[in-house]
Design a protein around this ligand. Sequence first.
Ligand code: PEP
Length: 251
Amino acid sequence: MRQPLVAGNWKMNGSRASIKVLLDGLKSGVGSVKVAEVAVCAPAIYLPDVQAQLQGTAIAWGGQDLSTEASGAFTGEIAASMLLDFGCKYVIVGHSERREYHQESDLMVAGKFAAARAAGLIPILCVGETLEEREQGITEDVVARQLDAVIKLEGVAALADGVLAYEPVWAIGTGLTATPEQAQDVHAFLRTRVAGHDADVADGLRILYGGSMKPGNAAELLAKADIDGGLIGGASLKAEDFLGICTAANG
Ligand code: PEP
């Protein structure tokens, strides 16, 4: 039985003050989240604050990116060990905004997955197609290529140490959500692909949906057999909305 995970991706939003308000709201409401595991992925500079405020609570936290390298002359980069130093459990790798604006290749993303895993962080590997790719009918080719890069570098067993997130690029921050059927189709495709290598790994793999998930559409997405939680951008910035999604996983 896969425990759902609802993870917030704050992206480059917030301030020390607004994060305090948000986390106070999450802490006071998280008791009503009975089923899902809850996590927030914060801008790295705020991780000390997040750690101080969430230590000892039911809410986990993580980073939004990391370096492929362990340490050294990589100005501006953040190593897995540094995220661990501030108590991170998770780290997002291969978010479409990193792939698009920072030219992160499939191979680089696989390297980040490997670096996270080697350090004991749980990587949340994002895959997803653009609108153009969907319209060309190559959604499955795109997500397979992105997934296969990790399997090729690390072996399929590595996925047992991670989480997968299907995030159609056209649904991120746009207000457009994949229908539950569209999302389920891709999730099932991804699980079947992993099962082609290892059925047990596929069975245990949590596959999150991300793309304009909100309290109003979360329940029907989360009801699908292969949707094991959500990666939440905009709606993770308001405690009420984020908790609404987390409680939708209660069923
Ligand atoms: C995301 O950035 O991972 C995301 C899913 O964003 P949003 O929920 O705002 O579409």
